[in-house]
Ligand binder design. Structure first.
Ligand code: SF4
Ligand SMILES: [Zn+2]
Length: 197
């Protein structure tokens, strides 16, 4: 089977008329600019959640696999997930039914990141790039680990566990904007570089 094999599921234009993304949000919502920042991850998670409720998600996903788009969320799948399915489909010569099964399996295992959910639900965007925590608790337990709000924001934003205390340097009370946070390792590196300069 060739690398460019088309997946012949229903690609008739009328499925687009039933697309949820045409009604619910701006189209660029399905095109987060990156994968690391808190905003991008939250945006991708939100777009995927809308796709999961979309009545034409399977048509959209198979169409996007066929088109081999190199960006965007389609049919609840990001680029990496689409590449992975296409790779397996080409290598193992999937039938259309097997492709559909692979799409469903990816949907089923792509659970939302609970930290991203908490971050999205409990923060408010403010002027000057501040993002203010509006939750009442000072500690949240997720998958057996305790997090302060700043630790949640840091891990969502940087995709890694913080080392040492997470601090906001902007001075805005309760701000957890990722760009305004540093952990101990970042401060140590910054101070080390300043001392060496
Ligand atoms: S599955 Fe997602 S991207 Fe595709 S049509 Fe529906 S909402 Fe839009
Ligand atoms: Zn701030």
């Amino acid at each position: 089977m060739s690398e460019t094999r088309a997946i012949s599921t229903d690609h008739t234009p009328d499925w687009r008329a039933r697309a949820d993304c045409r009604r619910i949000a701006a189209p660029d919502w399905w095109f987060p600019k990156g994968t690391i920042g808190a905003k991008d991850r939250a945006q991708a998670a939100d777009a995927k959640a809308i796709c999961r409720e979309c009545p034409v998600a399977m048509q959209c996903a198979t169409w996007a696999l066929d088109q081999r788009h190199t960006d965007g969320i389609f049919g609840g799948l990001d680029v990496g997930q689409r590449r992975s399915i296409n790779r397996r489909a080409s290598k193992e010569q999937y039938t259309d039914a097997q492709v559909a099964d692979a799409i469903r399996a990816t949907w089923a295992t792509d659970t939302r990141d609970p930290l991203v959910d908490i971050y999205l639900n409990l923060t408010i965007q403010r002027d000057h790039g501040h993002v203010v925590w509006r939750g009442r608790k000072t500690s949240y337990t997720v998958a057996g680990r305790d997090f302060t709000p700043a630790q949640i924001a840091f891990e969502v934003g940087y995709g890694r566990e913080p080392q040492g205390h997470v601090k906001a340097h902007c001075g805005e009370p309760y701000c957890v904007a990722v760009e305004h946070l540093t952990d101990g390792a970042m401060r140590w590196r910054r101070d080390h570089l300043a001392a060496a300069a």
